[in-house]
Design a protein around this ligand. Structure first.
Ligand code: NAI
Ligand code: MG
Length: 394
């Protein structure tokens, strides 16, 4: 097979720390690739008025495969203040480059696996009925629609007249008849049939490929009857094509309660954009939190793999970095799965599992320490030491 080219987008803060660690592991496992650096994030907003420079988009168009660290986003006022003086008052507006990438390349399938590593002291535990302590093994993969729904950005405060008029054709708007238009904020939840079909199809295919017995549609069709209802309807039709896989449907609120009651019951979960975001953070909390949460953003041509966490600015400038690189290394593993290098991906996951089970080398979060440089004196491993240990087990 020809050598792949991977576009590396470290971004800001700890994104710059963890991404090179993932590359070290990829090299150690014998994955041969060329790596190209691409600019993204806050620095490029400040210097160029664009956090996602056109040259980065071009690189992604050409090479189609990318590892991403994290970016920093700041509120409106800070964004304006930090913009280079010569760019001020020229109409530049900050936007989130990762959200923009998902939209631009239609990376509509977001996959977030949450799997327990044995021996991880951050694993969720539960009291059994007889007072014993249980540690349920979680093995859930969340499929989140990544481009539509409440996060798609169709919203208004004080909506324009024609929008207001259109809304008023709906009988339920009578509940807002007494509210002045200027006091209304509207965020539209738009789902398209095609995108719903794609995410639900991806979930069923994953269940089939990896032997999960159930696909859970987690929405709220009893209340959000149109959008959630469309998801449910599609799932109920599609399950007929997958004998041996059961379709369960849960409401997002109840699912959050069942998260801690019986997380081991669930396999593949599929949701719209916002509920997928919520439920995946919830499950991630059961298996170690942000230091372990990996993800993939997959479109029809381009795929970007990234840890779920952000740029954690308060840990960005430590002389010896202390943050956990596992989320990013697992994301690199997902990239290998995606391109069919599953043997190497499994090797990486096995090495991580062994390091965790051995319990000798842990970053501060795995020891439940405060994230300060002192953590190293208290026995925590640095970012690099944890990677070294994973490589040793490879
Ligand atoms: P964050 O994920 O950066 O950090 C939250 C906390 O989680 C940290 O303070 C730290 O305690 C812990 N944490 C995160 N990553 C860790 C790791 N690898 N190892 C150990 N502990 C870790 O989220 P926060 O603080 O809300 O946002 C910081 C910046 O990141 C903001 O500017 C935000 O906009 C941005 N952000 C970017 C994302 C992305 O690039 N995809 C996602 C989330 C936030
Ligand atoms: Mg989130």
């Amino acid at each position: 097979m020809s050598k792949r080219t991977i576009v590396l987008m470290p971004g800001d803060g700890i994104g710059k720390t963890v991404l090179p660690e993932a590359v070290r592991v990829l090299e150690a496992v014998g994955f041969e690739a060329d790596y190209l650096h691409a600019d993204i994030g806050w620095d490029f907003w400040c210097k160029e008025g664009n956090p996602l420079p056109e040259r980065t988009v071009k690189l992604l168009e050409e090479h189609k495969l990318s590892l991403f660290g994290a970016i920093t986003s700041k509120p409106k006022a800070a964004a304006m203040q930090e913009l280079a003086p010569e760019l001020q008052n020229k109409g530049y507006v900050y936007y989130s480059p990762i959200v923009e990438l998902r939209q631009h390349f239609n990376l509509d399938i977001c996959i977030r696996p949450c799997k327990t590593f044995k021996g991880n002291s951050l694993n969720f535990i539960r009291r059994g009925y007889d007072g014993t302590i249980e540690e349920p093994g979680v093995d859930v993969v969340i499929f989140r629609q990544n481009t539509e729904g409440l996060y798609c950005g169709v919203e208004w405060t004080n909506p324009p007249d024609q929008v207001y008029a259109a809304f008023n054709t709906h009988p339920k708007m009578k509940n807002f008849a007494a509210t002045p238009k200027e006091e209304l904020a509207i965020s539209a939840r738009i789902f398209s049939k095609k995108a719903c079909e794609r995410i639900i199809r991806a979930a069923f295919e994953h269940a089939k490929q990896y032997g999960y017995k159930s696909v859970t549609l987690c929405e709220k069709p009893n209340v959000i009857r149109e959008t959630s209802g469309m998801m449910l309807h599609i799932a109920m039709e599609m399950v007929k094509e997958y004998p041996g896989i059961e379709l369960w449907d849960t409401n997002i609120d109840a699912q959050m309660m069942w998260l801690t009651k019986n997380p081991e019951t669930y396999g593949v979960i599929v949701c719209g954009n916002m509920f997928g975001d919520i439920v995946s953070d919830g499950f991630a909390g059961l298996v170690g939190g942000l230091g372990f949460a990996c993800s993939a953003n997959i479109g029809q041509e381009v795929a970007i793999f990234e840890p779920t966490h952000g740029s954690a600015p308060k840990y960005a400038d430590f002389e010896t970095p202390i943050v956990n690189p596992i989320a990013t290394i697992l994301s690199a593993g997902m990239m290998l799965d995606y391109i069919g290098e599953t043997v190497k991906a499994d090797k990486i996951r096995e090495a991580i599992a062994k390091v965790i089970q051995a319990g000798q080398v842990k970053t501060y979060d795995m020891m439940k320490l405060r994230g300060s440089p002192k953590a190293l004196q208290q026995g925590a491993a640095s970012t690099m030491q944890l990677t070294d240990e994973i490589i040793r087990y490879l």
